[in-house]
Ligand binder design. Structure first.
Ligand SMILES: NC(=O)c1ccc[n+]([C@@H]2O[C@H](COP(=O)([O-])OP(=O)(O)OC[C@H]3O[C@@H](n4cnc5c(N)ncnc54)[C@H](OP(=O)(O)O)[C@@H]3O)[C@@H](O)[C@H]2O)c1
Length: 380
């Protein structure tokens, strides 16, 4: 930040509105730059990722083939039709112009009177707390993570959601007495982080991907067990990998379809080898946590794996609450110190707030494909 940098009175903020007429409206609104309270800082936002969880709030399940663009190039307004079947699930947000962006990073340009707030002036911080797709964000000191001197905002933009998710999976495994993990959509940024984390911490991991090139990608990154769900012998190779790792806990990012059920089938087969037959199945508890919704279809369970199993939902921040404040703080510090190694995120492209509302750009980042994560730099 140059010494002559002057904080303006207002800045742009990206908004997502579900209108009563069943259309999504995306826009950039001019909002006042807030004054930080005593224990708050004002951050010039310089980097904020577009994560799958942001896409849900941003795009509200709208049909992107109906996108219509209006407004000026630097202040676009987009609208799109929301399928009628999706509207009941959006009832709670109809008519509310919502800010978007779970996390980000930037430079502290002003601070409240408290000593912890003042200590952050001029520092680059990672932030969590929503409303990050804006030029200036005021937030409480505990929502910031001060990054090491010389760290650029882009490196700190994804310091919370995905790193704590990978760490939270391993913590959940330990809390629930499992000995290894299965992970789906494993070429994702979370997946690549989890792979590095498990290699470092010697946690047995079975990676599931759906494309041959992603098997290669993870193998090149040191992964021992990578199964391709598009292979004819997928459940057999998964059973072998689960038997080799004793993994009885899976985290599934896809949610829809039969993958969770295939994992439970493979786990049951792996733990039953050589054991006595029981018509109720094995007594070993097998658990799948659905932690993403990449496949929007219904979850299909065949229930051919006895009775000792569970399928549930999992979110990172409740998982952090579960392990307690001290343990969560320790994990945050680990993220800060391994930000560009274990917990590095790769971005396909950096875009401005206005570019984030270009239909061509939306078509790419909404694909949620491997290597297609975009980073918004609102200060561009
Ligand atoms: N519950 C939580 O607290 C929490 C926290 C953080 C992240 N998440 C979830 O973690 C997942 C990964 O996030 P990320 O930021 O790492 O994503 P990312 O880097 O954008 O990668 C997305 C991945 O999903 C795969 N994918 C997309 N659609 C798919 C489908 N229908 N079936 C199978 N794979 C599909 C892509 O593979 P292809 O190239 O094969 O399409 C790609 O590897 C997301 O679902 C996100 O919501 C959840």
């Amino acid at each position: 930040m140059s010494p002559e940098f002057v904080v303006p009175f207002s800045g742009l903020q990206l908004r997502s509105l579900v209108r009563e007429d069943g259309r999504l409206q995306l826009s950039l609104e001019e909002v006042p730059v807030p004054d930080p309270g005593p224990d708050e800082v004002l951050v010039r936002v310089e980097a904020s990722p577009i994560n799958p969880s942001d896409l849900g709030l941003l795009l509200a399940g709208a049909d992107l083939s109906t996108l219509e663009a209006a407004g000026a190039p630097e202040r676009p307004i987009l609208t799109a039709e929301i399928p009628a079947a999706a509207m009941p699930g959006l009832a709670g947000r109809v008519g509310q112009s919502l800010p978007v962006g779970n996390e980000g990073a930037g430079t502290v340009v002003r601070a409240g009177s408290s000593a912890p707030a003042q200590a952050l002036v001029g520092r680059v911080v990672a932030m969590i707390g929503g409303s990050m797709y804006c030029q200036y964000r005021s937030l409480a000191v505990p929502q910031c993570l001060a990054l090491a001197d010389g760290t650029v905002a882009a490196d700190g933009a994804s310091a919370f959601v995905n790193p704590l998710t990978a760490l939270g999976m391993v913590e959940t495994m330990r809390l629930e007495n499992h000995r290894g993990l299965v992970h789906t959509a494993a070429a994702s940024n979370v997946g690549q982080m989890l792979n590095r984390l498990c290699l470092t911490d010697h946690v047995p991991l079975v990676n599931i991907v759906r494309k041959r090139e992603h098997v290669e990608l993870l193998r090149a990154a040191g992964a021992e067990h990578v199964c391709d769900s598009s292979d004819a012998g997928f459940v057999d190779s998964l059973t072998e990998a689960i038997a080799a790792t004793s993994a009885t806990l899976a985290f599934d990012a896809t949610g829809g379809g039969t993958l969770a059920s295939q994992i439970l089938t493979a786990m049951e087969r792996a733990v039953s080898v050589g054991g006595p037959y029981s018509r109720y199945g094995s007594t070993v508890h097998k658990q799948v946590y659905i932690y993403g919704g990449l496949d929007r279809g219904p979850t299909e369970l065949s229930r051919t794996y006895g009775m000792a199993w569970g399928v549930g939902g999992w979110l990172v921040f409740p998982a952090m609450e579960r392990i307690g404040e001290q343990a969560a703080a320790r994990l945050r510090q680990r993220v800060a110190s391994e930000l560009t190694t274990t917990f590095a995120t790769s971005y396909a492209r950096e875009i401005s707030l206005a570019e984030a509302l270009s239909p061509d750009v939306i078509a790419v980042y909404s694909s949620q494909a491997t290597g297609a994560k975009y980073l918004i730099n609102p200060s561009r």
